[in-house]
Design a binder for this molecule. Structure first.
Ligand code: DC
Length: 227
């Protein structure tokens, strides 16, 4: 394993399998996994809790100046998101928070507010960071960039199964529609839209099992970083 600090950026649409493969690849390499979507979800949760109108950027900005968001990792590498010292990790996974996170993440003030938090983690640790703009905006100098994708139907099916496992049963059609809405918003917003960085390796996971995706990711990383 190299002693040098290195970073891997994984971007892609909802349900492409980013968090599963990024977390398990980071575990295999003994480095830190950073789920940046969780930070946007935490902001969304704060917005919902405070009753602020997410369409009113000034209200959201005022809220941001009153809250503290922090990430912490347990010894086994699991990321926890804290809002004002409360662990909100289990509260930010609902479909409502997903949609609101996509809305608030289009606001310039929200992206500005979170940028430094994300960069700071990668300055001091080797990371696999996943999100929408990691290879293009957050870590444009990342050693490895991967754009993870899969067909809309595959992604919706995975999300539907994930929700069902958590006891959040939703009709598949609703999951697919909400996911497409979110992709549309995340890809077409003015600031830091989801797109593949020019130097990102494209990996389509539609026909791959999680294990095959992880192996493919590890191969790409090992090819680019001498580890
Ligand atoms: O990855 P996720 O589903 O947890 O992300 C939730 C929302 O947060 C997503 O719809 C868009 C936003 N997001 C973002 O704009 N930039 C990131 N780097 C990560 C997430």
């Amino acid at each position: 394993m190299t002693d040098r600090i290195f970073s891997v950026a994984i971007d892609g649409p909802a349900g492409a399998g980013k968090s599963t493969v990024a977390r398990r690849a980071a575990e295999a390499l003994g480095i830190c996994y950073v789920d940046t979507g969780a930070i946007y979800r935490t902001v969304a949760f704060a917005v919902a809790q405070s009753g602020v109108d997410c369409a009113d950027e000034r209200q959201v900005e005022a809220l941001l100046s009153r809250i503290h968001i922090r990430l912490r990792w347990t010894d086994d590498g699991v990321q926890h998101s804290f809002l004002n010292d409360e662990d909100v990790s289990s509260l930010i996974r609902s479909p409502e928070v997903s949609q609101l996170a996509s809305r608030v993440s289009a606001l310039a003030s929200v992206r500005r507010f979170l940028l430094e938090t994300q960069r700071e983690v990668a300055r001091t640790n080797s990371v696999i960071m996943d999100g929408r703009d990691i290879g293009t905006v957050v870590l444009p100098q990342a050693d490895v960039k991967i754009y993870l994708s899969a067909s809309a139907e595959t992604r919706a099916k995975r999300r539907w199964l994930e929700l069902r496992e958590k006891g959040l049963a939703e009709p598949y059609e609703d999951v697919l529609r909400e996911m497409l809405e979110r992709d549309e918003r995340d890809m077409n917003r003015k600031i830091a839209p989801l797109r593949r960085a020019e130097d990102a390796v494209l990996l389509d996971t539609s026909a791959l099992t999680p294990e095959e995706s992880i192996a493919a990711i590890l191969n790409i990383i090992r090819e680019k970083v001498a580890i």
